[in-house]
Every structure is written in C-alpha cells, then in structure tokens.
Design a protein around this ligand. Structure first.
Ligand code: F6P
Length: 561
C-alpha cells in the first residue's frame, strides 16, 4: 500500500472513520469530562454511597450471562452521561457497525476484523469482500468436530497403532494463550483420560519438560500458527518432529499420524510435511489474539468435546449480539470500556488489575494481557498522528485469594491508583465444605475495603495508639468492577472473553487507534533473526557497543564450557 486507504481521507463515507476527523482531546465531550473531573476529584465513594442509598443497585447492568456492578467506580450520573456522549461523538456506534459489516477496519493491514463471524450460528451471514464467510466457518468447525471425535473415541490411531492420549499444542501468543487459558478454565469439562500440554517458549526447557514423560506413539502435536512462520513455533515444531521420528523408527510417514496444523498458510504447512488434509484453516480477518474460538481452539475442542465447544461459541455470540444491539447505557462492554477510559485518561490510573476469584481462571489475566495490550498498546492514531493522551493501560493479575497475600497491600495503601476487575461466580464447580462462601466473602470484602477504606477516626475508635493510626488508615476511594456470573461453564467463558474483546474495541475506537495490528512486535523479531547466525558462528559485529559486548561475552562463555 503506497497510500493510506481511502477511508482515511476527510469526508469519507465510512462512519467508522468520520469520527477521526476531530482530535480526541478537542472533542466537546472530552473537554467536558476534563472539567467535570476537576470538580469530582476530591469526591469520595463514601459520600457518593451515603447520598444515594440505592447506588449499589442502580449502577449495575446485566446481560449475556453476566451481572456487572460498577457502582464502586468514582463516577456520578453526570460522568456516565458525558462518557456516553464521548462514545457517540467518537462514532462508536458506526465503528461497531463497520466491524460487524466486515469493513476493513484494521487499516494498517487492510483487513476486516471479523472474529464475531467465528461464532455466528449456521444460517446467518457475515460478509468479507462480498462473500458470506459463515458457511466456511462451519465447514471448519465440522471438520474439527469430526477429527476431535475420532481422537477422543480412539478411531484415530498413531503410527504404531496406539490410541492418542496426549495432545501437545505448539504455538505462541494468540496461538497459545487462548488455548492454554481455555484448557485451564474448562478443565472441569475435559476428558481426564487425556493429557494436554502447551509448548510456546523457544527456550528448550518448555519443549523438553512438556514431552519428557510422554509416549510418542500416543502423542499428537497440533502446530498452531496463523502465519506458520513464527520462529518459536517453527523451532519447537521441528524439535517435535525430530523427537517423534527418532523414537518411532524414522519413517517420515509417522508425521501424518502425529501432526496436524492450524494455520492460514497451507503452503508452509505442506512444506513442513503435514498433509493439508490434516490442516484446520482460518482466515486473515481473524487476529491472533482473537482466535481462540477459531481452529486455534482445536486443543480446547479435543479436551472438552465438540458439544461443549459449541456452547463456548454460543456464549461468545450472545455477548456479540448484546454488544451489537444494546443501548450504550446498558451495554456491558461499552460500560466497561468507558469506565476504563475514565480511570485511565481522567483519574490517571496506569494499570488494571484483573482478579478472578475462580481458580480455573488462573491463566485468564495472562490471556487478557495479549488481548488488551497487543490491541491497544499504540501511540499513533489511525491517520498516523502521535496521540497526546494515554492509550492502553497495563493489565495484570492473579486469582484471588492468592493475590490478597501478595500485592493487594499496594492496591489498598500504596500511592498508585489501581482499578480492579473482580470476577466471581455464585456457584462453585467443585463444591467443598465452606470454601465457596469463604472465597466469595473475600471478593466482596476486597471491593468493599477498596471503596470505603477505614478512616483515622474509625482506627482510633478501635483503641489504636496515635502513632500507629496513620499506618492503619485505609484511604479507600479505590475503584473496582464486580463481574458476576452463576458458574463457569463453556458458555459463560465465551460470554466473558467476548465481554473483554468488545471492551478493548470500545476503548480503541475512542482513542482512534488501530486495535488490530501489532507492528510493535516486529523490530525485536527482525533483530533476533539477525543475531541468531551471529551467535551460532562468530561474525563481524555491527551493533551498538552494549549489544556487541553482550554477544562477545556469550561467545566467550559458550566456548569456555
Ligand atoms: O507476537 C506477535 C504475534 O504475531 C501475535 O499477534 C500472534 O498471536 C503471535 O505472534 C503468533 O503468531 P502466529 O500464530 O502467526 O504464529
């Protein structure tokens, strides 16, 4: 592309792009929010709750499996009004429609962004370049289901005639984080007679430890890579191939029985030696970090079975429909996205802590890190101008209650403002005595403590000596969302992931950035490709003095061993 796409030019017909014409910080609603913030700055959640006894019931919304209590954010009705005005002024509605219409809203890669089509029910239509892609989506899903059934019921046998009992997914980024997260999240529903492993890191430890106790004759590798060129994945896949062939007698025909691929790149898959009949495809309109419900989810389907996988897709679709149709005022992803903008751009929070009070969601924060930060970690607008406001915050987190005994101290009493997303379920999948009541008591207590804190007067009244009082005061006024659902089912996991996907989209639209490219990962990749041969055999180094010195040191120590 020599020129930016036409949509970028002022006065374009694309609704999604029209809003870009006015810089964000010059928009009426943005300025109004800035003024509003100066008035609200000192206002405490204690006061807001005291003045409105129904606040905790009023500032809530419910849809697609989830109940969102956002009352413990530092907002008033006026804040919300202005945030909705900002969304309208930013063309959120039009941008949303453009995405669902299959427009090429990923401008820098000139691609449609249609992960919503991955979970569209049969018979519906989503078009890319005038072609309805839903039948293709279902053809792949059917092929995945057939394959999964054959592996799960033992009909698919390995090269030596053994049943497949171990599945190893090889992939990285979006081709790993979604599958790992979903496997852990839905372990309760998985076939416990099978073993699942995930290899992502190019550090050989990852592969060696993953396969150490596996029988190659019972092992199936899924090489998952959208591009089928990613260095880490290809290196691990080659090692897997060598490991398998060495142990199964060296006949290359064994590869077809023990390797399948998930990719958009049939040519490279076939060059690797995998029969393209055993390739599960997807499309360039699915971003890596939005692909866990495409064929990238093959390991998930193998673990939980096709029916549960379809329930997962149903959950995604429910949230898609809610996002597409609900008014902003009751739209969960829009609300969460706008509250994040408020916390980040006006209250000055730099991070968001995601705290699932559900052990099965232990990998959810890691999954969200790619979804949110690879999407919204951008510093130029769609038309290439440097932004003069903060964009994507840093996402991080751990399951509760573990985090409470680690970093929560800083959230409660540190100098930084850290908005929290608490995620909890009213029913445990594995009920055990009083565990679930204790777990839920903790999540409710944390949100309460963060919001209301404990004043010096309250601390003193407990008989605390004066010198200790400042140490025991909790300022409170720390914002949080409570995201509640009944139980963690495949459907609810779909609801949850789509909730965050669309919240990320909402924020990206307001910030006028391309949430669907990831150019920021390229430079390091390219430099590493150049350094690999330099480490393998000495060469004249042309890096900066620090990098040259590190490479020389590596050579020296490598030789010395
Ligand atoms: O790290 C960049 C990235 O392109 C991610 O966006 C992607 O999920 C990951 O690498 C893996 O890419 P692939 O699936 O093509 O191997």
């Amino acid at each position: 592309m020599n020129n930016p796409p036409e949509e970028l030019t002022a006065g374009s017909e694309s609704g999604a792009m029209k809003a870009m014409n006015k810089p964000l910080t010059r928009r009426k609603a943005w300025k109004a929010l800035a003024t509003h913030y100066t008035k609200l700055q000192k206002l405490h959640l204690r006061k807001l709750f005291a003045e409105d006894p129904k606040r905790g019931e009023r500032l809530t919304a419910e849809a697609a499996g989830f109940f969102l209590d956002y009352s413990k954010n530092r907002i008033t009705d006026e804040t919300l009004k202005l945030l909705f005005a900002l969304a309208r002024e930013s063309g959120l509605g039009a941008a949303k429609d453009a995405m669902f219409r299959g427009e090429k809203i990923n401008l820098t890669e000139n691609r449609a962004v249609l992960h919503v089509a991955l979970r569209a029910p049969k018979g519906t239509s989503f078009t890319v370049d005038g072609r309805n892609v839903v039948p293709e989506v279902h053809a792949v899903l059917d092929k995945m289901a057939d394959f999964s059934n054959r592996v799960r019921n033992g009909a698919w046998q390995g090269y030596t005639g053994k049943r497949i009992r171990n599945i190893v997914n090889i992939g990285i980024g979006g081709s790993d984080l979604g599958p790992v997260m979903a496997y852990e999240a839905l372990k309760y529903y998985s076939d416990r007679a099978m073993t699942f492993r995930f290899v992502s890191n190019v550090d050989g430890v990852d592969f060696v430890e993953a396969i150490g106790d596996l029988d190659p004759g019972e092992t199936l590798f899924i090489v998952s890579s959208k591009t089928f060129t990613t260095l880490e994945t290809m290196t691990n896949a080659q090692s897997a191939r060598a490991w398998l062939l060495k142990r199964l007698g060296g006949d290359a025909k064994a590869v077809a029985k023990h390797f399948v691929a998930v990719s958009t790149n049939a040519e490279k898959v076939s060059a690797f030696g995998i029969d393209t009949a055993n390739m599960f495809g997807f499309w360039d309109w699915v971003g890596g970090r939005y692909s866990m419900d495409s064929a990238i989810g093959l390991s998930t389907m193998l673990a939980i079975g096709p029916e549960n996988f379809r329930a997962l897709l149903k959950g995604f679709h429910e949230m898609d429909e809610h996002f597409r149709t609900a008014p902003f005022e009751r739209n969960l992803p829009v609300l969460m996205g706008l509250l994040s903008i408020w916390n980040n751009n006006f209250l000055g929070a730099h991070t968001v802590a995601v705290l699932p009070y559900e052990q099965y969601l232990k990998r959810f924060p890691a999954y969200l890190q790619q979804l949110t930060m690879e999407s919204n970690g951008k510093s130029v607008t769609l038309d290439g101008k440097k932004v003069d406001y903060q964009t994507g915050p840093i996402y991080w987190g751990e399951p509760g209650t573990n985090g409470q005994h680690s970093f929560y101290q800083l959230i409660h009493q540190g100098t930084r403002l850290i908005p929290c997303d608490f995620i909890a379920f009213t029913h445990a999948l594995t009920p055990l005595g009083a565990h679930h009541d204790i777990l839920l008591a903790n999540v409710f207590a944390q949100a309460e403590a963060l919001a209301f804190g404990k004043t010096a007067a309250e601390v003193k009244a407990e008989g605390t000596p004066d010198w200790l009082v400042p140490h025991r005061v909790f300022e409170g006024n720390r914002p949080s969302n409570m995201i509640l659902a009944e139980r963690l089912t495949p459907e609810v996991l779909g609801n949850l992931v789509a909730l965050y996907e669309h919240s990320v989209f909402t924020q990206g639209v307001i910030w006028q950035i391309d949430s669907f490219d990831q150019w920021g990962v390229e430079l390091g990749k390219a430099l590493a490709q150049g350094i690999v041969p330099e480490l393998e055999s000495k060469a004249t180094l042309k890096h900066d003095s620090s990098t040259n010195n590190l490479i020389r040191r590596y050579w020296r120590l490598k030789e010395a061993k």
